[in-house]
Ligand binder design. Structure first.
Ligand code: ATR
Length: 282
């Protein structure tokens, strides 16, 4: 309880009672699980906050973000299709956001907008929560779009020795490898054609949008792997069905969703919820 006499001005008291405001912005936004996750973290850690969904349109995005922070908003998550627009409006970016060229976490300090990308660290934390190692492993990532770009650096920093990016359109994988090469040392990074997959990997990550669009993704028998991670969740995945047939450990992307939310929460609130405590929200 706050004492109302002498020590605090009226303005200070009003400030103390103000609940911290957060939001996720996107289009569409109805499906977002972020408010539920952040409220669950806050409840567990005894923090008072309000986290809302904001539906925006492309021409209004920037003004909506500026308005949110101007009115005291503490932090904002950004989802499809605004992650690149968010990257462009930031005054200050973390290294992983610069490499990802996309921002999913915004906050404001001293009149400047800061941006980070927590997707990759969220994936790393989710994989560690499964007790799968990323140290000295060989990883194959399927897909060379924004989802892949966002996770390569944190996977390299987690200790992977080799990362191979395989894509249906080979040139996109080759371009991504060229863009990322200088940042991932000493991890080696290579491009490959999705149609010519072979070799042996500790972990295969599906970062294509195939499951989201309901397309089958058939992996050749010549490709051997011992763990499978699908970035999407809540949709049937031919990729995970093949992992199940092979009898290897596999996971969908719900842990990554929780993981990226936890990293954002920690940036904003200075304390970190335990990922494993929230996997039952699926
Ligand atoms: P995101 O930001 O989610 O990564 P994106 O940039 O559109 O979305 O990239 C989608 C990725 O999924 C691409 O690598 C795409 O391959 P192409 O570059 O060849 O288009 C890949 N993808 C989508 N559908 C696919 C399918 N049916 N089979 C294989 N790859 C697919």
């Amino acid at each position: 309880m706050i004492c109302l006499h002498t020590r605090y001005s009226r303005h200070e008291i009003k400030h103390m009672y103000q609940i911290k405001q957060f939001a996720v912005i996107g289009n569409p936004i109805e499906q977002s699980r972020s408010p539920e996750l952040h409220h669950a973290f806050a409840k567990k850690l005894n923090i008072a906050l309000r986290y809302e969904k904001i539906l925006s349109e492309i021409p209004l995005f920037k003004a909506t973000v500026f308005d949110f922070f101007k009115h005291g908003g503490k932090g904002m998550n950004v989802t499809v299709p605004f992650k690149e627009d968010a990257f462009l409006l930031c005054d200050v970016l973390t290294q992983r956001a610069k490499v990802a060229k996309a921002v999913n976490t915004l906050w404001s300090k001293d009149g400047k907008i800061y941006g980070d990308n927590t997707d990759g660290q969220g994936l790393v934390d989710a994989i560690h929560a499964l007790n799968w190692s990323l140290k000295d492993v060989k990883i194959l990532i399927l897909g060379a779009g924004g989802a892949t770009r966002g996770v390569v650096l944190p996977l390299a920093h987690a200790g992977a020795t080799e990362i191979v990016i395989a894509n249906r359109t080979y040139a996109r994988a080759a371009q991504l490898v060229e863009d990322l090469q200088d940042f991932v040392t000493p991890t080696s990074i290579k491009a490959c054609d999705l149609a010519h997959l072979s070799g042996k990997f500790d972990l295969v990550i599906n970062a294509t949008s195939a499951s989201l669009s309901g397309d089958a993704l058939i992996l050749p028998d010549a490709l051997q792997f011992s763990h499978a991670y699908e970035m999407a969740y809540g949709k049937p995945s031919t990729f995970l069905a093949q992992a199940e047939q092979r009898g290897i450990p596999y996971s969908d992307g719900f842990g990554m969703l929780v993981g990226q939310a936890i990293v954002s929460f920690e940036i904003w609130n200075g304390c970190k919820p335990n990922l494993a405590d929230f996997l039952n929200l699926k």
